[in-house]
Design a binder for this molecule. Structure first.
Ligand code: DHB
Length: 300
């Protein structure tokens, strides 16, 4: 099986990397650089430092994981300092550095994308799908569900970083196929979008351990990932592959636990894949283990 692939014109040795949400610190980026991952994905980062939610913010079982981390990260000032070191660490191992950014306005996305490119990112992933941000008890909107807002973000980012920039958009799972088609059209019309990452966690899931929700933030609501997300992720990837022009590559993510899952995402139209839950559970060794399994699939 031919493992080499490409995202937004960036060559990758194989189609597996970590997903956003799993690497926020310099030491983590260094560990990923040394791992068998094909690229290093940092973030999501925000302009202001955020301590994230407290209490139980992550839970994982055999069938799914739940998280409401609350976008913990050290903010622009820290990343300004460490992104060049992260880029060096990745580049020394022959890997590109991808940076996921989460703004609270179109202007913030533009600022963050610009910062990431200036400090060495090879590709910026716009996180248009964070489900876990609450302000004064009210949940912030998940941006990708408003195509007007997505268009505004893309316009601002393009004005700031130029049309040639290598930008990906990360989406939530859409239950309405026509709404997915509409956002795909907005993404297709933007010059900056060269890749789409599908999917983020399914918003506002709820799990109990005895009498209490397993996640303590946000009234128990949490993004769902892990194996239960895989059929949804595969369906989103296949729909997007039909909706998007060929030059926009798809990065498949959601529930990858075995090499077979990577193969299924590739068959569905993804050019590369990401792991979050499986990486958090198994650390860096997950990359070589899954790639080994992928290579052993008969006829793949
Ligand atoms: C968080 C979760 C997400 O799914 C995401 O896209 C961004 C942030 C979080 O809770 O930190």
């Amino acid at each position: 099986m031919e493992l080499q692939t490409e995202i937004a014109g960036i060559a990758l040795d194989h189609p597996l990397m970590n997903a956003a949400g799993t690497c926020k610190l310099l030491e983590e980026a260094q560990a990923l650089s040394r791992s068998a991952a094909a690229a290093v994905m940092v973030g999501s980062i925000t302009l202001q430092p955020r301590s994230g939610h407290s209490g139980n913010v992550y839970w994982s079982g055999a069938h799914y994981s739940l998280n409401s981390l609350g976008l913990p990260n050290r903010g622009a000032e820290y990343y300004q300092k460490v992104l060049p070191q992260m880029a060096d660490a990745a580049h020394q191992e022959g890997k590109p550095l991808f940076v996921s950014v989460a703004g609270f306005s179109p202007r913030e996305y533009a600022e963050l994308a610009n910062l990431a490119f200036e400090k060495g990112a090879d590709l910026v992933e716009l996180n248009l799908s964070c489900p876990n941000v609450w302000r004064s008890g009210a949940q912030e909107r998940v941006i990708c569900f408003s195509s007007a807002l997505v268009a505004k973000v893309l316009r601002r980012v393009e004005e700031r970083v130029g049309p040639e920039a290598k930008v990906a958009a990360k989406l939530s799972p859409f239950s309405d196929p026509l709404a997915l088609a509409k956002v795909a059209e907005v993404l297709s019309r933007s010059k900056i979008i060269k890749a789409v990452t599908a999917v983020n966690t399914f918003p506002n899931a709820l799990g109990y351990a005895g009498e209490e929700p397993v996640i303590s933030a946000g009234d128990g609501f949490a993004g769902l990932g892990g194996p239960a997300l895989k059929p949804i992720g595969l369906g989103q990837v296949r729909q997007l592959r039909r909706l998007l022009p060929d030059y926009i590559q798809i990065i498949g993510v959601g529930g990858i636990t075995h090499g077979q899952d990577i193969w299924e995402y590739l068959k569905s139209g993804a050019a590369a894949t990401q792991v979050a839950t499986a990486y958090l559970e198994r650390q860096e060794r997950v990359f070589s283990a899954l790639l080994g399994e992928l290579l052993e699939i008969p006829g793949a």
